[in-house]
Design a protein. Structure first.
Length: 361
């Protein structure tokens, strides 16, 4: 989970990770749910689960007591009694390229997705020094680890040629040259952008393909925004979709019980922005991105009033329907990892139709 949805992607006010349970406890059956509530925990107990992975934190505000007269206490005590752990991925899952908003956007059929609000400081520049003739092996590693991706382009690197020097001491095993002799070697300086969270793993992978006994490299922080990591998603429909077809798709494919719209009603929609859950802080970003409509779980009265006359159609579909589509995404990620790593686990999905927390009349 942390490799796919790093903790560093979470907002600094968030509370994520293992919120309940023993980190050394073995698990065989895992349940994915949007949140831990008495209803979802009953489902987990019935299915004999030992771990629930949820999007919403159980413990978010300070808690001063746990008793069964309150929902948080009832849920936590019931999970503890069932020897069940709770792992939370909240805003790190919101920001992920295949996270909450991306799942909603894909459900709607949007393509060419990018974040509305990009994150900064997630990228680093890795510089590796390679003897002439070995650059293709290193480039293959970079491609396998998805380093050097910029938009629709792969293997985006910069190469400059220079001279490296060294003097191998007794006990070393130099790939080139002789021990106790000053050497000059023609080398490539290869530069590539990569994710900060993956750079150490990438370095070890490069080291396994690098011919030198001691590989020289540098890591530089950069101010570039991450092209894929960030809040919300913006994309387009190809071909453009009519307003009537969009409403129908929201009700059928997203299982939205009720659609609320504010602002001009477009005849056709090409570019759209979405945000799972609460999205009022991303409205200006959706406008700047050129979106014609902005779909999210909830916006709130005052933001809706504030953006009247801005030419952007605001659409509320409910918090739960806007976020639940990340549940099968998490389940797929874990099932793929289970198959690759041979963990021997079973992953179940808690997918309630419509909105189980509201009744519409």
């Amino acid at each position: 989970m942390e490799a796919r949805f790093p903790v560093s992607w979470a907002e600094n006010w968030d509370h994520i990770g293992l919120q309940l349970g023993d980190p050394e406890q073995p698990v065989e059956r895992i349940g994915i749910s949007l949140e831990a509530t008495p209803r979802s925990v009953s489902w987990a107990v019935q299915n004999d689960l030992r771990l629930m992975i949820c999007h919403h934190p159980l413990f978010f505000q300070p808690v001063y007591s746990l008793n069964s007269n309150q929902e948080i206490g009832l849920t936590a005590l019931r999970m503890a009694k069932a020897d069940m752990a709770l792992l939370v991925a909240h805003t790190n899952l919101d920001a992920a390229p295949d996270g909450v908003s991306a799942a909603l956007a894909q459900r709607l059929g949007l393509i060419d997705l990018g974040p509305i609000e990009k994150r900064f400081h997630d990228l680093v520049k890795l510089v590796v020094f390679i003897p002439i003739g070995y650059e293709e092996k290193i480039m293959k590693v970079l491609d396998e680890k998805k380093a050097g991706r910029i938009g629709s382009y792969r293997l985006c690197t910069f190469k400059s040629r220079g001279e490296g020097t060294f003097k191998a001491e007794i006990g070393s095993h130099p790939f080139l040259g002789e021990v106790d002799k000053f050497e000059r070697v023609s080398e490539w300086r290869l530069e590539v952008l990569t994710q900060r969270v993956n750079v150490l793993e990438l370095i070890e992978k490069i080291r396994s393909a690098h011919p030198y006994e001691e590989m020289a490299y540098d890591i530089f922080p950069v101010e570039n925004p991450s092209p894929e990591v960030g809040l919300g998603r913006v994309g387009h429909f190809d071909p453009p979709i009519s307003w009537e077809a969009l409403i129908q798709r929201l009700k059928q494919e997203v299982e939205t019980p009720q659609v609320r719209a504010s602002g001009p009603i477009p005849r056709m929609v090409r570019k759209a922005a979405v945000c799972g859950g609460s999205g009022s802080t991303l409205i200006s970003g959706a406008l700047s991105a050129g979106a014609e409509i902005f779909i999210c779980g909830e916006i709130g009265y005052h933001p809706i009033v504030s953006y009247q006359g801005q030419g952007l159609t605001l659409i509320e579909i409910g918090h739960y329907p806007s976020e639940k589509w990340v549940v099968p995404v998490l389940a797929r990620v874990l099932r793929e990892a289970n198959q690759a790593e041979d963990w021997g686990i079973e992953v179940l999905e808690d997918m309630q139709p419509g909105d189980p927390y509201l009744t519409y009349f």
